[in-house]
Design a protein around this ligand. Sequence first.
Ligand SMILES: [Fe+2]
Length: 226
Amino acid sequence: MCDTQHLLHSHHHGPEFILDTPVMRDFIAEVKAAIAAGGTVEEAIERFKPAFSALMEDPTWLPEEYMTDAVESGMGGGIGQWALYRAQDGSLCLFSLVVPPGKSTPIHDHLAWGLIGLYRGTQDEDVYAHEAGHEHVHLKSSNKIEEGGFFALIPPDDDIHQITTTSDVTSVSLHLLTNDTGCIWRHRFDQETGLPSPFRSGYVNAECDDDHEHDHPHDPAHSHSH
Ligand SMILES: [Fe+2]
C-alpha cells in the first residue's frame, strides 16, 4: 500500500496553509507527529484523534466561508471541497466538504487513509465495496452520522462511499487524508452499474497543478485552464 500511495502523491506549488492560523498550525503539527511515530494506521489515528475532537468541538476556528455551498464544483449540486491545508509533497491534506440539504455526492473513492469528522449537520454514509474480482462496486453498509461523529477511511476495505446530507442545514465534514485528495485522479462509480470512471474533484479555493494530468491516461491532452 505504501508504494501505491507514493505513486499517488503529487507535489504542488500552492500555499501549504490556506487557512493559516495558530489553531491550524498546532493541529497539523500534532497530526504529523502522530503519523511520524509509526505503527499502524489505526494507531496513528488514535494518537491524533483527541486533537481532531478538540477541533470538532471548537465552533470558532473555521470561518463561515469554508462552510458555504460551492456553486461551481467538481462534485456538482453545490457540493464543494474547501482546502484548508495541503502538504507541499502531497502527503496530507485537510479540507471541509460541504453538502447542501438533500444532496448526495457521487459514489467515490479516496485512495488514501484518513479520518473524517462531521462538524455540522447530519449525513447518511453508504459504504461500497468491490465485488470480488470485478470492477464494479456494491453497497456494503449504511451509517447514520451525527454531528461530532467520526469515521475512518482505510483502503482497500473502507475507501468507497457516498454521502447524503439528511439535515436541513448544509452538512460540513472535516476530511483529514494522507494525499492531496482534491487534486489526485481517483474514481467515481455509476449509481446504476457501479462501474468506475476517472474523477478529479478539485478544490473550490485551490488550484491543482496541471503538470500532473499526464499521470492519468484518460485525461484530456494538456488542457490548461488558468
Ligand atoms: Fe468521501
